[in-house]
Write a protein that binds this ligand. Structure first.
Ligand SMILES: [Zn+2]
Length: 348
């Protein structure tokens, strides 16, 4: 795809406002071949990693090709799939681990409960924990994968999506879709019990403002859930400029658990939990980019050849629990609560 690089601007650090940043990595768009080369810089004052210069606001939409995966037909990971036994186990896991009381079946067998304990780990990544009156908002919902899950679990759903075509696909899973960005979405404050943003924050020019908006939409006792790639993880450490999570020019920010926590605190929230996830494909992609950067294209293609890819994947499946355990995952997901207003401060 020939063409000119997207126009950029020299923005200061998104987090501390400092104009001083040193360039770290410069790469082309490895995933979708948007023309140009783009740079990640590190803020000299606070250490935050961000795209600098970054694509101008009025051209951000041009970072996303028509076939961008998140804008395609979604396949929601609805937990009630498979055999009757699996469905019973999923219902028990949702009831006992994630607060879905209406799925509780006192007659559940010991086997169902055992199976549920094993399933719960996966379900907690696919299903939001039940809260309050079950009002759910997904910010940057794409074509509606997460909304589909929430709707199937009994939530009243709403979404925000800037891409018109993706928003149209998401409509079947939500009674309300705002087409536009989070800063202009008209939802009333305190309207939702859970507000999520999965792989959204790294794409927006002002992540603090988006989180502040999300927290504003939470009802008392509500929970915000945010997931981003982890620039403090093992993959970024090993592969540097070849790390698959860089996704230039689409990713404007590169968060670590520390810098994401700073974003949350600046926006008036506090982190209540932080999970790490490590999937083999991220490392295999990074390895391919790393080999190609060194001109070893044949070796890179070898790694993508099914039998070799299968072996790499198996090796990673066995070793990646270590990355999660060491809290150096490829992806971080955090639960965020809104801080009480200053007048309501409690001791301790
Ligand atoms: Zn800074």
């Amino acid at each position: 795809m020939p063409g000119a690089a997207l126009p950029t601007l020299e923005a200061p650090c998104f987090l501390c406002g400092s104009a001083e940043a040193e360039p770290l990595w410069t790469t082309p768009d490895r995933a979708f071949a948007v023309p140009g080369r783009y740079t990640v810089a590190r803020c000299r004052r606070c250490g935050f990693l961000f795209q600098r210069p970054r694509v101008r606001d009025d051209r951000l939409a041009d970072c996303y090709p028509d076939h961008y995966p998140r804008h395609q037909e979604p396949s929601p990971r609805i937990p009630f799939k498979g055999s009757a036994g699996r469905v019973r186990a999923a219902r028990w896991a949702l009831a006992t681990q994630l607060g879905y009381e209406r799925f509780r079946d006192p007659a559940a067998s010991a086997l169902t409960r055992l199976r549920a304990a094993w399933l719960a780990r996966k379900l907690q990544w696919d299903c939001p924990p039940w809260r309050g009156q079950g009002r759910y908002l997904d910010v940057g919902c794409g074509s509606g994968g997460s909304l589909g899950v929430a709707q199937a679990l009994g939530w009243r759903t709403a979404g925000i999506e800037v891409d018109t075509a993706a928003a149209e696909k998401a409509r079947r899973f939500a009674s309300e879709i705002h087409v536009g960005d989070a800063l202009t979405a008209p939802f009333a404050p305190g309207r939702f019990d859970v507000v999520t943003a999965f792989h959204v924050l790294e794409h927006v020019p002002d992540p603090v403002a988006v989180v502040r908006r999300m927290l504003g939409w939470l009802a008392p006792g509500g929970l915000a859930i945010i997931e981003v790639p982890n620039a403090g993880g093992l993959g970024a450490g090993l592969f540097g400029g070849a790390w698959s999570g860089l996704e230039l020019p689409r990713h404007l920010s590169h968060f670590t658990p520390e810098s994401l926590t700073r974003v949350i605190e600046k926006a008036g929230g506090r982190v209540v939990w932080l999970w790490h996830q490590a999937k083999p494909r991220y490392y295999v992609w990074s390895l391919g980019f790393w080999l190609r950067d060194r001109g070893w294209d044949r070796l890179a293609r070898l790694c993508e050849w099914r039998p070799v890819y299968g072996m790499l994947k198996l090796f990673l499946e066995l070793t990646l629990p270590l990355a999660r355990w060491a809290r150096r995952g490829e992806v971080i997901r955090i639960g965020v609560a809104k801080n009480p207003p200053p007048s309501g401060e409690r001791a301790g």
